[in-house]
Every structure is written in structure tokens, then in C-alpha cells.
Design a protein around this ligand. Sequence first.
Ligand code: CA
Length: 252
Amino acid sequence: MSRVLIVEDEAHIADGLQFNLEAEGHSAQIAADGETALDLLLRRGERFDAMALDVMLPGKGGFEVASDLRQAKNFIPILMLTARGRPEDVLKGFASGADDYLAKPFELPILLARLQGLVRRREWMQHAASDAGVPLEGANEPKDGTGQEFGEFTFDGRTIDFGNLELRAKGTTTHLTVMESELLRHLIKNRGRVVSRKSILEKVWGLREDTDTRAIDNFIVRLRRYVEDNPSRPRHLLTVRGVGYRFEADQK
Ligand code: CA
């Protein structure tokens, strides 16, 4: 059972969502604007497993709420509700810290599935990480003899802790969102090989191919700030022109 925060000013949408989440055994709370959501999460420190965040809100909009949360080091999984036919909203949403998005008007079962996907991923990562000795899953995992386990991956003085959604480097700890961590895991699992943008959308986000792949590029820019000494001259997270990306643990 999960606790979900719904940030939506249109009462009929918010109520419908709350009703359906509760019918599925979750608990759901509604915040009718961004300020109320920030107050609950940051000032009152209330804990939720995920949030559905509308872009169009009175006062502070969804993008601003997401980036305020991330700046305050709150890493609640965020499903952003965007307007259909506005791909720039999707890109802006990911850039401001959203983990996933859904275009309005949406079908309720899809929204519930997406929210549950975010909650499950987070729980699953935390379980897997505490289950010491389980290797990185994937049949094509390179046998490099490093003994890297699922929970952590160390390269070039950096350690990614997938269970705690953290990256530790040179005495500092950076928190990762669920999807930042999932994307890193996908690239690392396939390290040494080219991963296409399309496969990232499908495997990491579970999205169809009609999604704008620039969303991925936005995430890569963010990840480079974490894994590169000089993000403008990447040596681990490499661009493969016209195709996608390749992760190298050893500097090239
Ligand atoms: Ca709205």
C-alpha cells in the first residue's frame, strides 16, 4: 500500500484520482495548489511514496514545484501531468526533475499504472540493493571480473548506490531521482555497448517510440554533471552520434 499526493486544482480530476487510488488500497491526499504541496512535503516533512503533479496550477506551476522539491533535496517520485500535444512541456518537466509524465486528458488505469510503476521501481531497487550478492541482472552483462554487485557500482572514484539512490564521489553525496538512477543502471548494465535513445525510452521509461527522444538528452546532461569531471568533455557517458549513448567505466 502506498501513499500518494495528488497536486491538481481541478476538483473533479483530483477527486476521481483519489477515489480510484483508494479503491485500489492506496491512500491519497489532494493538494489544490503547488504551495500547499510544498508546505506538506518540505515544511511539514510528510512522507509520500509518489506524487501526481499537474503542470497548470494556480500560483506556482508544476515545473516550479518539481524544481523546488529537487533543490530542497526531496526526491519523491514525480509523475507530471502535461497538456497533450505540447512536447516542450515533457522536456521541461524532465528538466525540472519529473520522473515520468502523462498527457492530459489521460485514462485513469494508465495513470494508476504509471504511478504504481514509479513506486514499485523504487521499492524494487531498495530491496535488490539490500539483497547482497545479487549480480547486475541481464544476460549480456560483461564479465569483467570486477565483482560489482547490483546494489553498488564503483568506477573512477565514484560509487553509485542504487538502493539508496545516491552517488558518492570525493566525499560528497548526490541524491538521484528514481529515473536518473534507472537510466544510469541501464547504461551501466550495457556498459561498453551502444544503447539507442529508443531503447532507453522503452526499457527505462516504458514509453512508446512516439515520445520525443530529446527528453533522454536532457537526462544525459544531468547525469554527466554527476559522473564526469568535466561534463562538456565526457569520458564515461559518451554520445554515439545519430544513435544514442555508451557508458565506459574506464576512461577512454
Ligand atoms: Ca490544472
